[in-house]
Design a protein around this ligand. Structure first.
Ligand SMILES: [Zn+2]
Length: 392
């Protein structure tokens, strides 16, 4: 089975970055980028959210120095890190076009100093699950690489941003192309989904987060509610803890929760250790957070900006950051700036942009400061008046 979400990857954003492929019968491919930044967790977090604000998300963000791996969107849909080649949407070329931003600089090839680990192997396993061949059809990524249009249209394999027609970036620089393929381990025809490969058991722990009743669960989540779940798991005899649970959700929490899911009779991906609403309700007796109906909703500024900036013509199947957008739409309606026809569609289309521009002018902004794309100050003002908080 092709992998759509890599279970070892953390998740970034709301999981909605693109749409269906334009040429799904063309061979599958991968595009490597570098972020032109440093590496390490601070850079990872900063670049990770910057790419959302810039609406330029790849599928994958990878730190070559720590083996940290995160995923923005499903591998079977497009990402947004490439420019179009005239009318050809390069982001949507192929069965899949998996784009990876590596925290590195093109001028200093990351394969000279990287430390690929279990997460890199998981990434390559997912890439191979789509049938991407272990080849570099456009050759070297050294400066001066060419951008052969017919190769890109017809051949599967690994490319650099430097190879893509209609683009002018030169990343990822002169990386060792064979080192990328070698570090994957196994062979290009290895059965997908096989994580054994001699790697540590740690690589098979799910590392994504879910939001239930307004609270986050899963790797990286934190708070008193995480501690409460841990204590309940211990009470149920489902402990994989070396030390006391909470307040940070670690792999031990995931492993403990997995025991609980199995106890309830779940198996396979239903028992991956990341809570679902039903199992959580049964563990805690009631759904934590859900009763706080009176508390103010929170709107994520970068989500709303990304939604408003997205070309409506690119929107396919559903909406972007709909939960955040609905809160803003309701507030605009309450201000008498948006008709009820559009007030709850969760889509920040041109009508909502126009309505928001009116709000900005109401706030005293003019010209490009009243372009209908939310800014922090105007959004906070709207929230203060209409009952939502802004996370910036
Ligand atoms: Zn790039």
């Amino acid at each position: 089975m092709p992998e759509i979400w890599i279970k070892e990857a953390e998740r970034l954003g709301d999981g909605d970055i693109g749409g269906s492929m334009d040429t799904p019968s063309a061979p599958p491919r991968v595009v490597w980028h570098t972020t032109e930044s440093g590496a390490g967790n601070a850079a990872f977090n900063a670049v990770g959210s910057y790419l959302i604000r810039a609406a330029s998300e790849p599928h994958i963000l990878y730190d070559p120095t720590t083996d940290r791996l995160a995923q923005y969107g499903p591998l079977n849909e497009s990402a947004r890190a490439l420019r179009n080649d005239g009318s050809t949407r390069t982001n949507r070329t192929g069965r899949v076009c998996i784009q990876i931003e590596v925290l590195a600089r093109a001028g200093k090839p990351f394969t000279d100093y990287w430390k690929p680990g279990p997460n890199f192997r998981a990434l390559m396993r997912a890439i191979r699950s789509w049938g991407v061949p272990d080849t570099w059809p456009a050759g070297s990524c050294a400066p001066g690489a060419s951008r052969p249009r017919s190769t890109w249209a017809t051949r599967g394999g690994h490319y650099g941003h430097c190879h893509i027609p209609g683009n002018d970036h030169w990343d990822p620089g002169n990386i060792d192309r064979n080192a990328i393929l070698k570090a994957a381990g196994g062979s290009g025809t290895a059965p997908q989904g096989d994580t054994s490969g001699g790697s540590s058991g740690g690589s098979s722990v799910a590392r994504y987060k879910v939001t239930i009743g307004g609270l986050e669960y899963g790797y990286g989540a934190k708070g008193a509610h995480v501690t409460a779940v841990g204590k309940a798991l211990v009470a149920q005899g489902c402990s994989a803890y070396q030390e006391g649970p909470g307040p940070n959700w670690t792999d031990a929490d995931t492993r403990s929760y997995q025991k609980w899911q199995r106890k309830l009779g779940y198996s396979g991906s239903d028992a991956d250790g990341v809570p679902g609403e039903t199992s959580l309700k049964r563990l805690m007796g009631t759904l934590p957070g859900a009763s706080k109906g009176a508390s103010k909703p929170t709107v994520d500024l970068s989500n709303v900006i990304a939604a408003a900036r997205r070309d409506p013509g690119l929107r396919q199947g559903g909406t972007t950051h709909a939960a955040d957008v609905r809160v803003v739409e309701a507030a605009l309606k309450a201000e008498g700036l948006l008709s009820s026809t559009y007030a709850s569609d969760g889509s920040f289309g041109s009508t909502t942009v126009t309505a928001y521009a009116k709000w900005q002018r109401k706030c005293g902004y003019t010209g490009s400061a009243a372009d209908g794309i939310p800014g922090k100050a105007s959004l906070e003002k709207l929230g203060a008046k209409r009952g939502f908080k802004v996370r910036a």
